[in-house]
Design a protein around this ligand. Sequence first.
Ligand SMILES: N[C@@H](CCC(=O)N[C@@H](CS)C(=O)NCC(=O)O)C(=O)O
Length: 250
Amino acid sequence: MTDVAEAARANLAQTALPLPTGYAKGSSAMWRIYQYPLCPFSRKVRFALAVKGVTLELVREYPWDGRDGFAALNPACQTPVVQNGSIVLSDSATICDYFEETIERVPLLGAGPEERAEARRLIAWFDQKFYAEVNAPLLGERMYKRIISRQPPEASVVRAAARAAEGHLDYLDFLLDRRRWLSGPAFGLADIAAAAQISVADYLGGIEWDGHEPAKTWYSALKSRPTFRPLLGERMEGLQPPAHYDKLDF
Ligand SMILES: N[C@@H](CCC(=O)N[C@@H](CS)C(=O)NCC(=O)O)C(=O)O
């Protein structure tokens, strides 16, 4: 058995999990989210739940710390995890599905089966393809190496991620020339998943907005939403975003 699986087993046997640093005792929020500011999947869940009107208590969790109490909640040791008493949910798609099923007002997946299939396709696009090609390398080079392993970034990896981001912005422009929102006529989870990933890449200096007017107009509208704005006010210690990052006019 791996160390993580062993830690998970040992901790599952406990009735009271150890509280991580930063957890406020006595908070009235019912749902808690374990996350850190530059986790795009946590941003997706936080944005979606804000739209659905769910209040979240934030718990700072760095997955690379490998904290035993966190491995007990999610043996994959990945953020985000949301918890409400004995209900513990992990994997951002699973979490969003859960709230889509349990909070019917403000549906975020679209009207019929075709609209929902298109929304899911684009959510997977941003969660998997954009993350693998843009954010995983940028987080590795510009966040992890800078604040954890204290190494210089590999310029060729950063350049390849920026090139990939350019291709994704072209695709956004293509979609937004044909549709009001990314997956169809209504704002929904595809927009949320895309904005979450793009905002992290933008924080890490990986987005060049010039020449992408449709994508820029779409993102500017999202930036002004009270459900998304608070995320843009948060900072990762030791790592500042570019000046345009939280500006509505960029
Ligand atoms: N499929 C997962 C991916 C979550 C994920 O990759 N989270 C990253 C942080 S942004 C993580 O915890 N990485 C640590 C690891 O994979 O060991 C989701 O959608 O929630």
